[in-house]
Write a protein that binds this ligand. Structure first.
Ligand SMILES: N[C@@H](CCC[C@H](N)C(=O)O)C(=O)O
Length: 327
C-alpha cells in the first residue's frame, strides 16, 4: 500500500512525508474511512468552512488517507445551501504524493464534478494547512490535478499563489474554435456564437478551462441580470469538450478589469481565482491591459500579475475561516 501519513494520529507526520514507525497502525482504516467507503455520510467528520472573496468551500482534513473521505454525491449534498452546509465546492487536504510537495489538494465542485484546480480554494487550503500544521510554514507546495501550485502566506494575512504557466494551445484547453475572428487584433481572439449571438472570445487554461469575452459596461450589467439563463449555454457549448468556466469582462482602466463569472460545475459564484488569472492573460494577449491588474469580482478584488520573465501567473487575495463544524 502506498504511504499513508497520519493514521497513527501523530501530528509530527501530518504534512511531512516522514515514514511512520507504527506503520501497522498507520494503514488501518479509520471508522470515518470505512463509512465513506461504504457510501454513508461519515457522521462525526469534522470540517471547516472557508471563503475567498465569497467563493466558499467546505474543507476536509483528509491527511489520513489518499482517498477523499466524501464521495462526489455526498459533496454535492453538503454544498446544497438549503439542505447542507452550503458551498461552491468541497476541498480535501490529502497526504503528499511525493517528496517534492507538502500536501495534495483535490476538489469537488458543488455539482460533484472534479476540476483540476481552484485558485480561491488553494488560498483557503493554505490557511487550513497552516492552521493544522504544528510547524506551520509560510509556503506550501501543493500537488493538484493541474500540477504543483505554490501558495505563500504573507504577513498581512493574504495569500500570494504561484499559479504556474497558462496554457494557450486550444487543443489543451480544451477548446475547438474557428480561426482568428475577422478584424481581431490577435490570433488568440476567436469568434463564438452563443445563444444566437456572436462574441469575440479567448480560451485559456490555468489547469482548468476558461473562456473569456470582453463586453461593454452596459452589456456587463445586462449579462449580470441574465447570467442564470445564459451561463449554462456557455458552460455546455460544444466548443468546450470538458465544459468551461466563462468570464465576462469590462475594462475600467489598463490595470483594472471587472469580471463576472459563470463557473463550470458551480454556476454563478462571487469570485474565481483561476478565472481572474485567465482573464489577465487573455487581456494582455488581446492587447487591452497591462500584465499587472486588479480584477474586481462581485466578492471583491484580486491582484493578478502575468510575469514576462518566467511566463508564470501570480494571484494575491484573501482566504478566511468562516466556521468549523462536525457532520
Ligand atoms: N472557483 C475556482 C474554480 C473552481 C473550479 C471550476 N469550477 C472548474 O470546474 O474548473 C477558482 O477560484 O479558481
Amino acid at each position: 500500500m502506498a504511504f499513508v501519513s497520519t493514521g497513527c494520529g501523530n501530528r509530527a507526520h501530518l504534512l511531512t512525508r516522514k515514514h511512520c514507525t507504527r506503520s501497522a497502525v498507520c494503514v488501518r482504516p479509520s471508522r470515518l474511512e470505512m463509512s465513506a467507503a461504504a457510501g454513508k455520510v461519515p457522521v462525526g467528520l469534522k470540517f471547516a468552512k472557508y471563503q475567498g472573496l465569497g467563493n466558499d468551500f467546505i474543507l476536509i482534513d483528509n491527511r489520513t488517507t489518499e482517498t477523499p473521505l466524501l464521495t462526489p454525491e455526498q459533496s454535492e449534498k453538503l454544498c446544497d445551501r438549503h439542505f447542507g452546509v452550503g458551498g461552491d465546492g468541497v476541498i480535501f487536504l490529502l497526504p503528499p504524493t511525493s517528496d517534492q510537495v507538502d500536501c495534495t489538494m483535490r476538489i469537488y465542485n458543488s455539482d460533484g464534478s472534479e476540476p483540476e484546480m481552484c485558485g480561491n480554494g488553494i488560498r483557503c487550503l493554505a490557511k487550513f494547512a497552516a492552521e493544522l500544521d504544528e510547524n506551520a510554514k509560510d509556503t506550501y507546495k501543493v500537488a493538484t490535478l493541474a500540477g504543483v501550485i505554490t501558495p505563500r502566506l504573507t504577513p498581512d494575512g493574504s495569500v500570494c499563489v504561484d499559479m504556474g504557466e497558462p496554457e494557450l494551445e486550444l487543443a489543451k484547453v480544451p477548446a475547438v474554435l474557428p480561426d482568428q475572428a475577422p478584424g481581431a487584433s490577435s490570433s488568440h481572439v476567436r469568434s463564438l456564437v452563443v445563444d444566437g449571438r456572436m462574441y469575440e472570445v479567448l480560451a485559456v487554461s490555468m489547469g482548468n478551462p476558461h473562456c473569456i469575452t470582453f463586453v461593454s459596461k452596459e452589456e456587463f450589467e445586462a449579462l449580470d441580470a441574465s447570467l442564470e439563463a445564459i451561463g449554462p449555454k456557455w458552460e455546455n457549448h460544444p466548443a468546450f469538450p470538458k465544459r468551461v468556466n466563462t468570464e465576462f469582462i469590462y475594462k475600467e482602466r489598463d490595470d483594472k478589469l471587472h469580471m463576472l463569472v459563470w463557473e463550470r460545475g458551480a454556476g454563478r459564484t462571487l469570485a474565481c481565482g483561476t478565472g481572474a488569472c485567465a482573464v489577465v492573460v487573455a487581456a494582455v494577449l488581446a492587447g487591452v491591459a497591462q500584465r499587472k491588474c486588479e480584477v474586481v469580482l462581485p466578492g471583491g478584488p484580486l491582484l493578478i500579475e502575468w510575469r514576462e520573465d518566467n511566463n508564470r501567473v501570480y494571484m494575491t487575495g484573501p482566504g478566511d475561516l468562516v466556521f468549523k463544524g462536525v457532520l
